[in-house]
Design a protein around this ligand. Structure first.
Ligand SMILES: NC(=O)c1ccc[n+]([C@@H]2O[C@H](COP(=O)([O-])OP(=O)(O)OC[C@H]3O[C@@H](n4cnc5c(N)ncnc54)[C@H](OP(=O)(O)O)[C@@H]3O)[C@@H](O)[C@H]2O)c1
Length: 262
C-alpha cells in the first residue's frame, strides 16, 4: 500500500535504536526526509548511515537530549517544520519495591516523559495545523493502560502524556492533524536486553536464563517477544495519509498481553 507520505518531513526523537530506530527505518522506507535524534552521537550516526544506505532517503542526525530544554531547542533549530513527529526515549527504571521510589525519580521521569513529550508536541502542533497535515505518534507503554507496580514510573508518566495527547487531538483533527499513541508490550530492543543483563548480574544467572524467565513470568499469549519492526510498521501506518481519521487513540501492540476487547 502507498502510505502517501513520500517527501514529507519526519522527526523521530529518540531514534537511534529500539522502537524509535525501527520507526525511523519504517518511515524512511516510505520516502520521508528523516531527522533522527538521540543523546549518543556514535550510535546515532551509525543508525543514520544504515538507514541512508538501505533506503536512499535523506537522513539528518541531531545529537540532542529531548528531556532538556537545550536539547529540545537543538531539535527545533535543526528541524523547524516536521509533518510527522515520533516521540520516544529509554524506558524509565523498573520499580520492584514501591517503598524505594523517590521524589527525585518521579521528577526525573516526569521531566523526560511528560515535560519532554508535551513540549515537543506544543512546539510543533500549530505549524502542522497551519499546513493542514500532521501526524504525531507517542511510543508509550502497555503499562499506561494496565498498571503494574513494577512499572509505576513508566505507566503513570505515559498515562499523563496519553491524556494530554487525546485531549489535544480533538482540537486538531479538523486540521488533518492526528495525535495517537502506540502501547508496546514486550519487545526485543537494547532497552529490554539491558534489563536481562542487569538481572543476570544481580541474580548470578545468564542473560539467556533471564530472557526465558521473563517470558514465562509475563505469559505472553503470542509466546514471543515483539519485533521492533512490528512497531515501526504500525507507526508508519499511523503517520500515513490514510490515518487522518484515527484521532487520539492508544493502540496496544502486545502479543495479547493486555487482552482488552477495546
Ligand atoms: N522495549 C520494550 O519492550 C518496551 C515495552 C513497552 C514500552 N516501551 C517503551 O518504548 C520506549 C522505547 O523503548 P526502547 O526499548 O526502544 O528503548 P531503547 O532501546 O533504550 O531506545 C531508546 C532510543 O531513544 C534514545 N533516547 C533515550 N533517551 C533519550 C533522550 N532523553 N533524548 C534523546 N534520545 C533519547 C536512545 O538513544 P540514546 O541512549 O543515545 O539517547 C535510543 O535511540 C520507552 O519509552 C519504553 O518505555 C518499550
Amino acid at each position: 500500500m502507498d502510505l502517501g507520505i513520500v517527501g514529507k518531513t519526519a522527526l523521530v526523537a529518540g531514534g537511534s535504536a529500539g522502537l524509535g530506530g525501527a520507526s525511523a527505518r519504517a518511515l524512511a522506507r516510505e520516502g520521508v526526509d528523516l531527522f533522527v535524534s538521540a543523546r549518543g552521537g556514535d550510535r546515532l550516526e551509525a543508525a543514520a548511515a544504515a538507514i541512508r544506505a538501505e533506503t536512499g532517503s535523506k537522513v539528518t542526525a541531531i545529537v540532542a537530549d529531548h528531556g532538556s530544554k537545550e536539547g529540545r531547542q537543538r531539535l527545533f533549530d535543526a528541524c523547524p517544520a516536521p509533518d510527522i513527529l515520533v516521540i520516544t526515549f529509554s524506558p524509565p527504571p523498573l520499580t520492584d519495591d514501591y517503598r524505594k521510589v523517590t521524589a527525585d525519580q518521579w521528577r526525573a521521569v516526569f521531566d523526560m516523559a511528560v515535560v519532554g513529550s508535551t513540549e515537543l508536541m506544543r512546539h510543533y502542533l500549530q505549524g502542522m495545523a497551519d499546513r493542514g497535515f500532521g501526524r504525531i505518534v507517542n511510543i508509550s507503554t502497555i503499562a499506561a493502560k494496565y498498571p503494574l507496580a513494577a512499572r509505576m514510573l513508566s505507566g503513570a508518566s505515559r498515562a499523563a502524556v496519553g491524556n494530554y495527547a487525546t485531549g489535544l487531538s480533538k482540537l486538531l483533527a479538523r486540521h488533518n492533524v492526528a495525535v495517537n499513541s502506540l502501547l508496546p508490550g514486550i519487545f526485543e530492543t537494547p532497552g529490554l536486553t539491558g534489563t536481562f543483563t542487569d538481572a543476570a548480574s544481580a541474580n548470578g544467572t545468564s542473560e539467556a536464563e533471564e530472557r526465558e524467565k521473563f517470558l514465562r513470568r509475563f505469559n505472553i499469549p503470542a509466546r514471543r517477544y515483539g519485533d521492533p519492526d512490528e512497531i515501526g510498521a504500525l507507526c508508519a501506518m499511523l503517520c500515513s495519509r490514510h490515518a487522518g481519521y484515527v484521532v487520539g487513540q492508544s493502540l496496544g501492540v502486545d502479543g495479547g498481553l493486555g487482552g482488552a476487547l477495546f
